[in-house]
Design a binder for this molecule. Structure first.
Ligand SMILES: [Zn+2]
Length: 184
């Protein structure tokens, strides 16, 4: 393992700060193995990475999220998303003030897994144009958007694949993906 990476946290795993670091873990989507893109991990943390039942172990993120390395922050933030329905994790997510780039880095891998699709299964992406397949009553306003309304330059709602945002009548509203068709 890279000596500099190993020494960055005094030979200890950068997530749990408890066990010895023995793995170089490159935080996707970065792929080159410069140590700025890596986190030094122990066996336990590497094994627990994708385990949603490992909440108890991941309480260690309460420490690692404050690590000065962007790679450690990004990986910690990404793992926390698995537990955001639990108070400790959602409190932690809302109490840290991470750089926007770090958050984006953390969330990119999750976006790949969570795909937004329209009512017909077409993949939606930010910037797409969609057409409403149903008449929509827009919450909190008096207008309804009729079936066939074209919504340009949609945005994907990050943490909910059932929702997109778009502008209708100059107002940005949340639209359910099951009521839209992608305009090809
Ligand atoms: Zn560890």
């Amino acid at each position: 393992m890279n000596q500099q990476l190993k020494e960055r946290n005094s030979d200890l795993c950068e997530l749990c700060n408890a066990e010895n670091a023995i793995h170089e873990y490159t935080v996707s989507p970065k792929s080159d193995d410069s140590i700025e893109n890596q986190v030094a991990l122990c066996n336990t943390c590497l094994d627990s990475l994708d385990k949603k039942e490992a909440a108890f172990h991941w309480r260690c993120l309460e420490g690692s999220i404050w690590n000065p390395q962007a790679s450690v922050q990004a990986l910690s933030y990404r793992i926390l998303q698995n537990f955001k329905s639990e108070d400790w994790a959602s409190n932690l997510i809302s109490s840290v003030d991470l750089d926007e780039n770090v958050i984006q880095w953390a969330m990119t891998a999750l976006e790949v897994a969570a795909v937004h699709t329209d009512a017909f299964g077409n993949k939606l992406e930010s910037g797409d144009t969609v057409v409403l397949t149903e008449q929509l009553n827009v919450k909190g306003t008096s207008f309804t958007a009729s079936k066939g309304t074209v919504v340009k330059k949609i945005k994907l709602v990050h943490d909910n694949t059932d929702q997109i945002e778009g502008k209708i009548n100059d107002q940005t509203i949340v639209i359910l993906t099951k009521f839209v068709k992608k305009s090809l």
